[in-house]
Ligand binder design. Structure first.
Ligand code: BTN
Length: 316
């Protein structure tokens, strides 16, 4: 971690200086440099000048994510990095049930069995941002779905600021860009009556990954929208930092304070929609969400119905 910081902050830095800063021997410095090189960092060594960092791999190594946290204020407590895994969500849930601390992050370069809502397959090749965050909010279980909205809002605001684009939120769990799905959020939990044991927020964000042909009509990646690859560690780190702040406010003040910001970014605003609740399909005009995060649907009769859960499609 510190070695990367040192190399990132200075153009050339001598082996001796690194050894002094880290209180290690010159040969230990050399070993650490070699280790970084094996992980894909290009580091040049110049006789009289020292080491210089030429390029970094496009990887979500814990050290890379940590580089962008606010000094002294890490957005998560622990990062578990996987070059390849079945699903960060499965491992996170297992850790959650075994008592893992809040704000442990699991992040993968590639998932072989990534899944989304309703156990749908989630394409997760290299280049995307696939992560699961373990939380232990002292909140009743009926408030947990609102965490999905807090996360989608954090993602939207981060992407707006970093890339000057305008993603929208599609209730309940999608972030859309240019009319297509950029990101999906899956919230899973274990609870008893009135008490939440653990929550895992799973996020799949199409960043630099190439979408399979069958998804290209409905999904989009940041890279394809912007025409260039994004810095994934910086993006992930900023999302987590923003989420951490919002999470603290949410736990203290509730979801109501986020409602205006959420509704401002709603993909469904003024649209005629169809909601499949699992039991029935209802049509109507989207009227925003309320202070609890429920979807407000204006029916043909003029009455407004609150929807707690459902799959939404926009009608033509
Ligand atoms: C959805 O839109 O249905 C939610 C998709 C959530 C996908 C993420 S990727 C990281 C984490 N691991 C998984 O297997 N799923 C979530």
């Amino acid at each position: 971690m510190e070695l990367l910081n040192i190399l990132s902050n200075e153009k050339f830095v001598s082996g001796q200086k690194i050894a002094d800063i880290l209180s290690i021997s010159r040969s230990a410095v050399h070993k650490r440099i070699q280790k970084l090189r094996r992980r894909g960092y290009k580091i040049q060594g110049e006789q009289n000048l020292g080491y210089t960092l030429i390029s970094k791999p496009d990887a979500l190594f814990a050290e890379e994510i940590e580089l962008y946290f606010e000094p002294g204020n890490p957005a998560v407590n622990k990062i578990l990095y996987f070059p390849q895994i079945d699903s960060t969500q499965i491992i996170a849930k297992d850790l959650g049930s075994k008592g893992e601390d809040e704000f442990t992050l699991l992040v993968a370069e590639k998932q072989d069995c990534g899944y989304g809502r309703l156990k749908r397959n989630w394409s997760s090749p290299e280049g995307g941002i696939w992560f699961s965050l373990i939380l232990r909010p002292l909140l009743p279980p009926d408030r947990i779905p609102q965490l999905t909205f807090v996360m989608s809002l954090s993602i939207c605001k981060t992407i707006e600021r970093m890339f000057k684009v305008s993603p929208k939120i599609k209730w309940p769990n999608d972030v859309m860009l240019s009319g297509r799905k950029l990101c999906g959020i899956l919230t899973e939990m274990s609870a008893e009556v009135g008490r939440t044991n653990w929550v895992v927020l799973g996020v799949g964000l199409n960043a630099n990954n190439t979408l399979p042909v069958f998804l290209k009509k409905v999904a989009i990646s940041l890279k394809s929208e912007l025409g260039l690859a994004v810095n994934r560690p910086s993006l992930l780190s900023t999302i987590l930092t923003n989420f951490k702040k919002s999470y603290a406010e949410f736990c203290k003040k509730g979801f109501g304070i986020f409602k205006p910001e959420y509704n401002k970014r709603s993909f469904l605003a003024h649209k005629k929609i169809k909601v499949n609740t699992g039991e029935r399909t209802i049509q109507g005009l989207f009227k925003g969400i309320d202070g609890d995060g429920y979807l407000l649907l204006q029916l043909n009769s003029g009455a407004t119905e609150k929807i707690v859960f459902g799959d939404v499609s926009v009608m033509r």
